[in-house]
Design a protein around this ligand. Structure first.
Ligand code: ADE
Ligand code: ZN
Length: 335
């Protein structure tokens, strides 16, 4: 039975809406790029990089994540990183992806915005023609940096808005509420950009309310802690607000105690619009299919629930109507 479900997961075309491209930097590529760019890593070999990935909370992970991305220097590095992720997508039948990147993680260390966006953007363009994968780019503001830095980043993005669909908010959540970024999100909205924000990963339900009411988001990234507030759940259900849930990330960052405690089935049962994503696959042990597999093994997720999660992913995407319909029709034929 479990094997049938794992086949179903593999057969279905999928959309991934919550993936930080810098979090797809596998240890082997980190090592290779460090060598290529003459950068000293605090690890003797590839194996010891993966062994260092023991996190007690979001901040433990973020410290290593920002250190890891320091090997990314050239346009080709960003291209290679993105292309490696897209090849995984193809292997896993992820046919549409909406990729986050963290411009300030690069501009703060002297890498020009355009180096980053052009490397990522060219790989995504090539994937459309060579792999048949569609995509969008979402630029995230780092919430541990100040509002001025976010405004500077929005300014730097202006010559590249043909490549950018939306803005997001990520990094250390506790102590950095969405309200700090209301004005920059207002300006992003005025530029016609979509808006998403990480909220309710470690932060309280109030941060989810703020993301909805002050930032005007189209999706909430994570949103797990919404379950603590009955009124909030009702609102999210009524608005059919997407929550981009990331099970292996939740386990590795101690948002849940064990995979069998993951609330995904409860979320579905309450009518929440949840979908499954990898977040930072190179750090958390797997891409989209492995996230589904882990839920099947630990929570008893059913075939109907798998299909619902996959449908939710496409419906919550920024694809236009006809493209959504195309994928939803394919899913209907396979279910
Ligand atoms: N940046 C990369 N992954 C993240 C996560 N899970 N939460 C917040 N910021 C992030
Ligand atoms: Zn994330």
């Amino acid at each position: 039975m479990t094997d049938d479900l794992k086949q179903l997961i593999r057969r279905l075309p999928k959309a991934e809406l919550h993936i930080h491209i810098e979090g797809s930097l596998e240890p082997a590529m980190m090592f290779e790029l460090a060598g290529r760019n003459g950068i000293e890593l605090p690890y003797p070999d590839v194996e010891s990089i993966a062994q260092a990935y023991n996190f007690n909370c979001l901040q433990d992970f973020l410290d290593l994540y920002y250190q890891g991305m320091s090997v990314l220097q050239t346009r080709q590095d960003f291209y290679d990183l993105t292309w490696a992720y897209l090849r995984r997508c193809k292997q896993q039948n992820v046919m549409h992806c909406e990729i986050f990147f963290d411009p300030q993680g690069h501009t703060e260390r002297g890498i020009p915005f355009e180096t980053v966006i052009n490397g990522i953007g060219t790989a995504l363009e090539d994937a459309t023609t060579e792999l048949g994968i569609s995509s969008r780019i979402i630029m995230c503001f780092l919430r541990h940096l100040d509002e001025k830095s976010a405004f500077d980043t929005l300014e730097a993005s202006k010559p590249h808005l043909d490549r950018i669909t939306g803005v997001g908010l990520d990094s250390s959540e506790l102590g950095f509420p969405p309200s700090l970024f209301q004005r920059v999100f207002d300006d992003a909205a005025a530029l016609g950009l979509k808006r998403v924000a990480h909220a309710g990963e470690e932060g309280p339900p109030d941060y989810v309310y703020q993301a909805l009411d002050l930032l005007g988001v189209d999706r909430i990234d994570h949103g797990n802690r919404s379950l603590e507030d009955t009124e909030l759940i009702e609102r999210l259900v009524q608005e059919r607000m997407p929550l981009t849930v990331c099970p292996q990330s939740n386990l590795r960052l101690a948002v849940v105690d064990s995979m069998s405690d993951h609330p995904i089935r409860t979320m579905l049962a309450k009518g929440l619009n949840v979908c499954i994503n990898s977040d930072d696959p190179a750090y958390f042990g797997g891409y989209v299919n492995e996230n589904f597999d882990a839920l099947v093994d630990a929570t008893g997720l059913t075939g109907d629930e798998i299909v619902q999660l996959v449908v939710n992913g496409f419906e919550s995407s920024f694809l236009d109507g006809p493209d959504k319909r195309k994928y939803l029709d394919q899913i209907n034929e396979l279910r």
